[in-house]
Design a protein around this ligand. Structure first.
Ligand SMILES: O=C(O)[C@H]1O[C@H](OP(=O)(O)OP(=O)(O)OC[C@H]2O[C@@H](n3ccc(=O)[nH]c3=O)[C@H](O)[C@@H]2O)[C@H](O)[C@@H](O)[C@H]1O
Length: 484
């Protein structure tokens, strides 16, 4: 079933129209060449002269256009839209540039608070789960917000377009482009003097790193460096708040995880690239005076969430009557542990992001040069109450009113860690971070959204009959497989 949206899908990436202009070639017909055996009249002499001039000019033009040394990569004229070559979006038709595009960018980034004081924030990964919620929250309080997202197909891009459409309705424009596109980033910083960057664009997911390792290196290392390069050259230099991950704690066994604990034993490539990001951030802070804040998110969930996460695809599969694989500890021996996560509700995470932006000190550099020390901070954003994954499944069964078909297996060596548990006292003290949503409340909100978004008919039926553990409901939900 196609996602049901209440409005038109986002058109953010379509700004600008056609991008490439094909050269026009003129063909001369043979009958014109045949005339050269006759005595030429003055008019035919003139037309011959004109013909050969056109030929020579065409040849010269063709030479200039096709010669590799003489033909640098076409640069966009200021008023014409251009094609981004770096997007990994399947549409690959991301366009940017031109007067109309710049106007849209400026309008989106304009602060709308009555007193005129507010942040001007570039939110990367704005069509992602956390990005879309954070961008909306900033816009609600009147900050200037511009989104950037490459709409890649790691999971259903229609969901990302749906999020961007929501943002568009609240006046936030999401530029369709890649963080690794240095030219695009330079342009954005040129058009808007961003005070802050909330950098959430990344290749997420722990287990997928076994399937496509390079995508993690490209986005979480290469993409991050591209963003930092653009930020250090920008004038003014923005303060950067970015998404690290609880996964950096890896095999750390000291609970709850504190920012002072070891993070040098990652269990997955995903974790390793996030940890690399933290080290890279330190270097940019040290060399260029960029203000950098890393937020270690703990298993964020909620409405408009990521279909690659367990709570999301468990919901889909339970409704479809398909078995779900639930991991149990591979521990054995004396350290038998229940697989559990410090699930953190999206609204709490957004408050943490906003708190981090509000308290981020300034970057000190200018023109790519450091002028003094700048803040370098790291915070856990978790819920401080880990819940076993089996309990999450119990909860979903209760809310969906469908019994899950559980396949219990020992946790494979796929990058997952047995448990996470955040110590959040630092974020509490310095960011005013106070998570307030327990798993029961948060998952209820997610399930309500899921049913309304993917299965509006089913949601209605559930309300009417108060129960839905029927064959027909399973049949309907079977259509949701495109969600992942
Ligand atoms: O905090 C983070 O830093 C990360 O959080 C998230 O990773 P995780 O905490 O691993 O969440 P998620 O995949 O939903 O698995 C949840 C639980 O279900 C278990 N799990 C998973 C799959 C399965 O088939 N069976 C199962 O039992 C699994 O063993 C686990 O115990 C983000 O995806 C990641 O991008 C990153 O941000």
């Amino acid at each position: 079933m196609a996602p049901q949206l209440t409005g038109a899908p986002g058109t953010a990436g379509a700004a600008g129209g056609a991008a490439s202009v094909k050269p026009q070639f003129h063909h001369f017909h043979h009958h014109r060449l045949a005339t050269r055996h006759h005595h030429p009249s003055p008019t035919s002499l003139l037309s011959k002269l004109a013909f050969w001039s056109v030929c020579s000019l065409s040849l010269l033009l063709a030479f200039l256009l096709l010669s590799p040394s003489a033909a640098p990569a076409p640069r966009a004229a200021p008023d014409s839209p251009r094609r981004s070559l770096h997007t990994s979006s399947p549409s690959a038709a991301a366009t940017w540039g031109g007067a109309a595009w710049e106007k849209k960018v400026r309008a989106s980034a304009r602060v709308r608070r009555a007193n005129g004081r507010g942040l001007t924030v570039l939110v990367t990964g704005a069509a992602g789960f956390v990005g879309c919620h954070a961008a909306a929250a900033l816009r609600r309080r009147g900050d200037g917000v511009l989104g950037l997202d490459n709409f890649n197909d790691y999971y259903d891009p229609a969901l990302k377009r749906g999020r961007a459409a929501l943002l568009a309705r609240s006046g936030v424009y999401v530029v369709d482009g890649d963080i690794a596109d240095a030219e695009l980033l330079a342009k954005l910083f040129d058009v808007v003097p961003f005070t802050h960057v909330l950098h959430l664009a990344a290749q997420a997911g722990v287990r997928h790193a076994l399937v496509d390792p390079m995508s993690y290196v490209r986005a979480n290392v290469g993409g991050f460096v591209a963003l930092l390069e653009a930020a250090r050259m920008a004038n003014p230099q923005p303060a950067i708040v970015w998404a690290s991950s609880s996964s950096v704690y890896g095999l750390n066994s000291h609970v709850p995880f504190s920012e002072h604990d070891r993070t040098d034993r990652p269990a997955s490539l995903y974790a390793a690239t996030k940890k690399a990001g933290e080290e890279i951030a330190h270097a940019y802070n040290h060399i260029y005076g960029l203000s950098l804040t890393a937020l270690r998110f703990f298993t964020v969930y909620g409405p408009w969430g990521r279909p690659d996460m367990a709570y999301f695809f468990f919901t889909r599969d339970i409704l479809a009557g398909r078995p779900i694989t639930v991991y149990e500890s591979a521990g054995g021996g004396t350290h038998q542990t229940t697989i559990s996560r410090d699930f953190t509700y999206i609204d709490d995470i957004v408050k943490g992001c906003v708190g981090a932006l509000d308290t981020a000190g300034r970057s000190t550099g200018s023109g790519g040069k450091k002028r003094g020390p700048a803040p370098f901070r790291t915070y856990n954003l978790g819920n401080t109450s880990p819940v076993p994954v089996t309990q999450l499944v119990d909860l979903l069964e209760k809310l969906l009113k469908v019994k899950a078909v559980r396949k219990i297996v020992k946790m494979p060596r796929n990058g997952d860690v047995p448990y996470t548990h955040a110590n959040i006292s630092l974020a509490q003290r310095e960011l005013g971070y106070r998570p307030s949503t327990d798993l029961q409340t948060g998952v209820k909100k997610f399930v309500r959204w899921y049913l309304e978004y993917y299965m509006p008919g089913f949601a209605g039926k559930q309300k009417q009959h108060g129960s839905s553990n029927s064959k027909s409901s399973r049949g309907r939900s079977g259509n949701t497989s495109s969600a992942r």
